[in-house]
Design a protein around this ligand. Structure first.
Ligand SMILES: [Zn+2]
Length: 155
């Protein structure tokens, strides 16, 4: 809910800025608090793109933070950083692509007739020579396979 956070921060900053225009003598405690909060809300608003990137565990968070901090004051830099932070990371990461490749080339399953381990793509069982249905990609992986792959992937 980036829009909500942005709206709240902008409204708060404007409100606090407005309060800041009134001389302190004309403000009650709440008014002073709101006026002072500008010094917290304004930086928060400024750094919102970095925060959004952090929330999304963005891979380019350090670059986004740099653009945000160094160029944010140009407004264009801020918008660029925000757009970058909101940009979805590519759905297929290098890691998951590697897993998919491994699954495609090396996954095994059990022959339904003789219970020997055969390749998931096999059309014939190499042990009992019975015809077996080749499985679709998503069905190839047993939970054990996934675990093994995950373990191998982590190193
Ligand atoms: Zn078999």
């Amino acid at each position: 809910m980036f829009i909500v956070r942005l709206a709240v921060l902008v409204l708060w900053a404007l409100y606090a800025w407005d309060m800041g225009q009134i001389p302190p003598s004309g403000l009650n405690a709440f008014g002073k608090f709101v006026a002072l909060s500008f010094f917290f809300v304004a930086p928060a608003l400024y750094l919102l793109p970095t925060f959004e990137a952090w929330l999304r565990k963005h891979r380019n968070i350090s670059s986004i933070a740099l653009v945000n901090i160094l160029l944010g004051w140009t407004l264009i830099g801020w918008v660029v950083a925000e757009a970058w932070a909101l940009k979805k990371a590519e759905p297929v990461t290098v890691e998951s692509a590697a897993v998919a490749n491994k699954v495609e080339s090396g996954a095994h399953r059990e022959c339904p007739y003789c219970a020997e381990t055969i390749l998931a793509k096999a059309k014939f069982c190499k042990h009992c020579h019975k015809e077996v249905e080749p499985l679709a990609n998503s069905e190839q992986m047993s939970s054990a396979d996934i675990e093994a792959l995950a373990r191998g992937n982590r190193g």
